[in-house]
Design a protein. Structure first.
Length: 141
């Protein structure tokens, strides 16, 4: 009979909080993917005469995306050092950099890279929502 492995981790960030990050990251990703699917990669090609007549402040088109990104940045910034490190470690486990059994190693590495740019680092991950989700699943949280 196999003995079930004891958990080597205890999260100070609640799984529900991580799920909120996942929802925000999915909303942000959906807004970006929707733009690309529509062919609006925020690039406008204009000939020489039309350039002077093009008036656009960009606020109406980008307000939803920016609001979601800003909300996610603020949520990450509000985390304490331990919670931020755990969020990074969860993303790494979900991405496959570490196995769930290597939680303490992933957490130690995340604490070593801890700085004030955690939000920028996490938002730079193209599949953040998926990786956080997979990280939670790997830990059984």
């Amino acid at each position: 009979m196999q003995r079930r492995l004891e958990r080597e981790w205890e999260l100070s960030i609640g799984p529900d909080t991580v799920r909120l990050f996942i929802l925000k990251a999915k909303a942000l990703s959906a807004a970006v993917n929707e733009d690309y699917a529509d062919g609006a990669e925020h690039e406008v090609e204009l000939d020489g005469d039309a350039h002077a007549n093009h008036h656009h402040d960009g606020l109406a088109e980008e307000s939803t995306e920016n609001l979601t990104e800003e909300e996610l940045r603020e949520l990450i910034a509000d985390l304490n050092v331990d919670e931020a490190a755990e969020l990074v470690a969860l993303a790494w486990i979900g991405r496959g950099d570490y196995d769930a059994s290597e939680w303490s190693d992933a957490l130690a590495a995340a604490r070593e890279r801890a700085d004030r740019r955690t939000a920028k680092y996490l938002l730079g991950m193209p599949q953040l929502a998926d990786w956080l989700e997979e990280g939670l699943e790997a830990l059984g949280a």
